[in-house]
Design a protein around this ligand. Sequence first.
Ligand code: PXP
Length: 259
Amino acid sequence: MKKAILLGVNIDHSATLRQARYRGYESSCGKMVEPDPVAIALAAEQAGADGITVHLREDRRHIQERDVLRLRESLHTRMNLEMAPTPEMVKFALTLKPDSVCLVPERREEISTEGGLDAAAKIAALTPIVAAFSQQGIAASLFIDPDQKQIDAAATIGAPFVELHTGAYANAYYDNEARAREFRRLCKAAEAAANVAIKTNAGHGINYVNISEVVEIPHLHELNIGHSILCRALMFGIDEAVREMKARMREGFSLAPRP
Ligand code: PXP
């Protein structure tokens, strides 16, 4: 029997909303500062999230250091920290000790993480970082585009996980030809990762519509989903949003694979 795919809920955009109103006023506005990402995370866990993901960006545009510290103390499931592979962030993460880290590229101007990490071009820099996390029992994942050369690099680096960037697939969703091409790329990359014993996560742009096809990517361990879940939470609450995504993951999973 196929193993169920886990759901990691990315709560970054709950902090985006808070920062839109309260950036710089956190200490003077006290309890009025809302929403609280920790409260959102705990409610997501209650609704069935298998883990919580946050990205502490260099520009601190959404999640702040104190959010991460409070989450580390409060979460009941697993904490996955997305981070740029910089010395400052590596030091921070080794002290924090999240359950896992996902190494992502960071460019200040982008709204979210736009492209995968070029692991193939950074083998020498990433190898000791992944090793330092492994030594502390922290599983490191590389957020990469679904390309063979990136999988090969992840294997050379010794990464136990990759997170396949599903953005190109999600953006192509309503163009049948491009979508099929991007879907094949994701499936091929997941097969390639399995062949070298690397576990596969996936994320970026996954929503309540494309989820039924996304779950057909072979060998998936976990999906990291943020924007669509938080958008649905605005309408129906985080509990309903997480339960609905879990239900669709299960439903898609039980459908016969497409020809
Ligand atoms: N995975 C990674 C590595 C990301 O950078 C992001 C975006 O922050 C996500 C998953 C979640 O993407 P989305 O918010 O589009 O669901």
